[in-house]
Design a protein around this ligand. Structure first.
Ligand code: NI
Length: 389
């Protein structure tokens, strides 16, 4: 019987977990209820080991196969994220968020439920040789929960040799997957620029250093980096999304503040852009006489899929969804902290179709329960194939 049919029996239960988690969204590391829910389920399933409190509120379950190890890969890690977003939910779902201002708008409720479903199945059947480690991390949405779990010894403590991640993909038909070798998601860096000019009367600009004009020059300079410095065949995004200055029509403001985000797909381009941002800012300061303070904060690294594991993931996804079920996706300029896990161990990150839902991080978004059988089956098959005795 195809794996999808067997998992279909578990679907109602997995869906119920998903909706329960959806009703109780929690942010960043503050995922205490969700983590407790996960740990309770893993205990019920009879996992060999359950460890909580890794990376503050992360949970890990260990499931040993009943077959002898095949002498190759012994331990595989499967990762889901548990945290929600600070968004007011705008759906009419009967199981909509009960926490004002918080919402599972990225489908991490579905990710957590599907990995629980796989854990349940794997703990029941144990039809593999070696060890499956299910990883439930906090703080994917900006808190680098994956890095916190790694820092707490995740990889070494459980002997994880390879690690896999999955995210739902709105716009990808249910039952289909999307993946690519190499960079699949971008590095994300944050910049904060504080400009101190000389304020004064709007009619006496010669006595001022106009922080608004300085800010405009900084932005124009920054926007020339992608078009004139970065190789046109490479990718980079610089978006300045905040510009705060002034509060009167006839006053040249003393200060201005800019904030933005930078996305790149290789370490080389990332370093090049950082260097140019620093040069542009100090150049504009020199040119205008303003004092400009730049804070350049490196965020999540590039998510880079390893070729061999991408092949494995692709084969598994085809087995689940059929021959035409896997599309090669172009890289996306969004970011993902699974990148830290792929820096630590070889592995691959795949998108699982969520159908025609609203986009991720949208107040009308909802994880598609129809996708549960495919995502859960993917995890199970990945373990059974990779740890085949
Ligand atoms: Ni997400």
């Amino acid at each position: 019987m195809p794996i999808v049919n067997r998992v279909a029996d578990l679907q109602p239960e997995i869906q119920a977990w998903r909706r329960d988690i959806h009703q109780h969204p929690e942010l960043l590391y503050d995922v205490h209820r969700t983590a407790a829910f996960v740990a309770e389920r893993l205990k019920e399933f009879g996992c060999d080991e359950i460890v909580t409190g890794i990376g503050k509120t992360g949970v890990v379950g260990v499931i040993k196969g009943r077959k002898p190890a095949n002498g190759g890969l012994k331990v595989i890690g499967l990762r889901a994220d548990m945290d929600a977003l600070p968004i007011e939910e705008e759906t009419d779902l009967p199981y909509a968020s009960k926490a004002p201002g918080k919402m599972h708008a990225c489908g991490h409720d579905g990710h957590t439920a599907m990995l629980l479903g796989a854990a349940r199945y794997l703990a029941e059947t144990r039809n593999f040789g070696g060890t499956a480690v299910v990883i439930f991390q906090p703080a994917e949405e900006g808190g680098a929960g994956a890095a916190a779990m790694i820092k707490d010894g995740l990889m070494d403590r459980f002997g994880i040799e390879q690690v896999y991640g999955m995210h739902n993909g709105p716009g990808i038909p249910v039952g289909q997957f999307a993946i690519r070798t190499g960079a699949i998601m971008a590095a994300t860096d944050a910049i904060d620029i504080k400009i101190e000019g000389v304020g004064g009367h709007a009619a006496r600009p010669h006595k001022c250093i106009d922080s608004v004009l300085v800010g405009a020059q900084v932005i124009a300079g920054l926007q020339s980096i992608v078009s004139r410095t970065v190789d046109p065949l490479e990718s980079a995004v610089i978006s300045i999304c905040e510009f705060h200055a002034g509060n009167a029509r006839n006053v040249i403001p003393q200060t201005a503040e800019l904030r933005g985000t930078i996305r790149t797909l290789t370490e080389e381009v990332r370093s090049l852009v950082e260097q140019r941002v620093r040069e542009v800012v100090s150049g504009v300061a020199q040119m205008t006489g303003a004092k400009i303070d730049l804070v350049y904060e490196r965020g999540y690294p590039v998510t880079v899929n390893h070729p061999a594991q991408t092949d494995v993931a692709t084969r598994v996804a085809r087995e689940i969804g059929g021959e035409g079920a896997v599309a090669e996706t172009p890289p996306m300029m969004g970011a993902e902290d699974f990148s830290y896990m792929l820096e630590a161990r070889p592995g691959a990150f795949i998108f699982c179709g969520n159908g025609n839902s609203a986009g991720l991080h949208h107040p009308a978004y909802n994880f598609n329960d129809e996708a549960i059988v495919y995502g859960t089956s993917y995890w199970i098959k990945l373990v059974e194939n990779s740890l085949a005795a």
